[in-house]
Design a protein around this ligand. Structure first.
Ligand code: B12
Ligand SMILES: *[C@@H]1O[C@H](CO)[C@@H](O)[C@H](O)[C@H]1NC(C)=O
Ligand SMILES: *[C@@H]1O[C@H](CO)[C@@H](O)[C@H](O)[C@H]1NC(C)=O
Ligand SMILES: *[C@@H]1O[C@H](CO)[C@@H](O)[C@H](O)[C@H]1NC(C)=O
Ligand SMILES: *[C@@H]1O[C@H](CO)[C@@H](O)[C@H](O)[C@H]1NC(C)=O
Ligand SMILES: *[C@@H]1O[C@H](CO)[C@@H](O)[C@H](O)[C@H]1NC(C)=O
Ligand SMILES: *[C@@H]1O[C@H](CO)[C@@H](O)[C@H](O)[C@H]1NC(C)=O
Ligand SMILES: *[C@@H]1O[C@H](CO)[C@@H](O)[C@H](O)[C@H]1NC(C)=O
Length: 422
């Protein structure tokens, strides 16, 4: 469940890869590409590079122009298999990612093969819009995925209406926010989508102006989430935000560009853990907007020296020390217990222990997702996208920034799962 032990390495690596003075748009120079190997290895051997999640990896590899037949074939097969298995239950954003991955950097004569997938995406996107119509503006999934949808339809000749995009992607739309907080990940993905839409507009009319305003406004919101350590949002959103930042240099006016450079300059010394498949393209000067530009893809490093052997696994430290934490389930009522777990346990272990203590009060369900286990119900009370309800994770009253499978608990901590609205 835990594989975060590999990630601090990435932080160190970025630290050494990005010399501050040279970092104007934060790319790693070609001659230094070989130093990305550890990053690539971590990505390739990620436990989550299975099923649909392999799409993220394949997309990233292709985008940065890595030609390793063996690896490509392996990941490609994984993506194709999972599409076959669960095509109809793929969410719109998952399908969009699959299309991006399969078609990334391929010649356009391959487009026939994936034509039907683009058609399915058009349908899934319409279902999202319909759901918003009947459920108070709430999509089936979320705006991160709707942005992936629009980006993919735009890049691969799918049909969508600019009028709809203008209606739903206004920067004030509530779906850009979770609990009143602007979502950097969502905003960044929307900027990529809108940038593609903007480029596709032929005439210099009202549509162009409106979309440009949306982009500018979202970019401002993203940059206003810049933290003092240089991260935008948090460690996990920075990779996406970086893809946008590079875009900014070209698309937006001077003022923002300067701001952007400041961000980059302040970024490198920070101690970071990053979503690697997002950061890798950014480090090599690529964004998701490049996936249909074969000449851009071809300018990748070619054959990188990737070692296919598994990284040496770090043995989990089985500790004989026990710690005790407070655990609360908060609905309208409060359900409390004290739980004892081995030192080094994660949030999920605490929930499992609590469940053993009292099944009625503390039973729960989770699903596996690309970020690990995601809590969908507690006491049988299930999250609902139409009502914007979910199970929020907190420590000491503050939301945590990792999921139950990753968050390591401390002695005496007050953990809580709270029935909340976003
Ligand atoms: C939308 C969203 C939500 C929605 C999900 C419901 C909905 N309407 O779709 C809400 C607001 C409920 C939510 C909740 C949480 N989220 Co959230 N979320 C996202 C966001 C913006 C997009 C996810 C998505 O659709 N991706 C695209 C699809 C194709 O890929 P996917 O990964 O398979 O999508 C599913 C999972 O991502 C899952 N999911 C969403 N959030 C989280 C968080 C965790 C830890 C897990 C395991 C799964 C998960 O929901 C998606 C739809 O089913 C991502 C940002 C990102 N870069 O992905 C953050 C993100 C995944 N969330 C994050 C976090 C921290 C949380 C919370 C733990 C916050 C908290 N303190 O409670 C909770 C989850 C608690 C729980 N119940 O287990 C972090 C995860 C970081 C990490 N290291 O694990 C991210 C990366 C945001 C960030 N930059 O910090 N989230
Ligand atoms: C490559 O990395 C080395 C070591 O950090 C650095 O000195 C050199 O300037 C880098 N080359 C370029 C072109 O950035
Ligand atoms: C894009 O789609 C239109 C019809 O929707 C079609 O006429 C055109 O040939 C397509 N172009 C490409 C490059 O696939
Ligand atoms: C495609 O990539 C090439 C090389 O990077 C670049 O010069 C060109 O402007 C790109 N075209 C588009 C439409 O982005
Ligand atoms: C590739 O890496 C291996 C192991 O690190 C090394 O032995 C080999 O010489 C490298 N090959 C090239 C072409 O750099
Ligand atoms: C919580 O209390 C409110 C007001 O009494 C009620 O409307 C709501 O249904 C309750 N929620 C749950 C999950 O029990
Ligand atoms: C379990 O929790 C429920 C709800 O708080 C409570 O009514 C019940 O007595 C508890 N059972 C045990 C065995 O503690
Ligand atoms: C945990 O709960 C106990 C009551 O069982 C309480 O005395 C203690 O202060 C709580 N711990 C923290 C850190 O609040």
């Amino acid at each position: 469940m835990r594989q975060s032990h590999q990630l601090p390495l990435v932080g160190l690596l970025l630290f050494s890869l990005i010399p501050s003075q040279l970092c104007t748009i934060c790319e790693v120079s070609k001659e230094n590409y070989s130093r990305l190997n550890p990053l690539l290895n971590t990505m390739i051997h990620s436990k989550y590079a299975r099923g649909i999640q392999a799409a993220n990896v394949l997309l990233s590899l292709r985008l940065v122009g890595i030609q390793d037949q063996n690896l490509e074939q392996q990941v490609f097969q994984e993506v194709s298999d999972s599409v076959e298995k669960k095509r109809s239950d793929l969410t719109s954003g998952e399908l969009a990612l699959v299309i991006l991955a399969l078609r990334a950097c391929q010649n356009s004569d391959e487009s026939v093969t994936y034509f039907h997938l683009v058609n399915q995406l058009e349908e899934k996107f319409q279902k999202e819009i319909e759901n918003m119509g009947v459920h108070d503006g709430n999509p089936l999934t979320n705006y991160y995925q709707l942005s992936l949808d629009v980006l993919t339809l735009c890049l691969f000749n799918g049909s969508y209406s600019i009028t709809e995009v203008k209606k739903y992607f206004s920067p004030e739309n509530k779906n850009f926010y979770f609990g009143g907080q602007f979502s950097v990940d969502t905003g960044a993905m929307a900027v990529l989508a809108l940038t593609c839409v903007k480029r596709s507009i032929q005439n210099n009319g009202e549509d162009l102006q409106d979309i440009s305003h949306y982009i500018e406004s979202l970019v401002k919101k993203i940059l206003s989430e810049k933290k003092r350590n240089g991260l935008i949002g948090n460690t996990y959103s920075t990779g996406e935000a970086m893809q946008v930042s590079q875009r900014l240099t070209q698309e937006i006016g001077k003022g923002v560009t300067e701001e952007n450079n400041n961000f980059i300059l302040s970024f490198w010394p920070s101690k970071i853990l990053l979503s690697i498949s997002q950061i890798l393209p950014a480090l090599m000067g690529k964004t998701y907007l490049d996936v249909n530009n074969v000449s851009s893809c071809a300018s990748g490093p070619g054959h990188l020296n990737i070692s296919i052997h598994e990284p040496i696994p770090v043995e989990p430290t089985i500790s004989s020390t026990w710690i005790s934490v407070n655990y609360t389930v908060q609905i309208n009522e409060t359900f409390f217990t004290k739980v004892t777990v081995p030192k080094g346990s994660v949030f999920l272990n605490v929930m499992e222990e609590a469940q053993k203590i009292n099944q009625t009060a503390f039973r729960f369900k989770y699903v596996e997702s690309s970020w690990g286990p995601y809590i969908i119900s507690v006491q049988g009370l299930e999250e609902n996208h139409n009502d914007r309800t979910y199970w929020q994770l907190l420590s000491g009253g503050e939301p945590v920034t990792q999921g139950v499978g990753r968050y390591v608990v401390h002695n005496g901590e007050n953990l809580e799962v709270r029935w909340s609205k976003y």
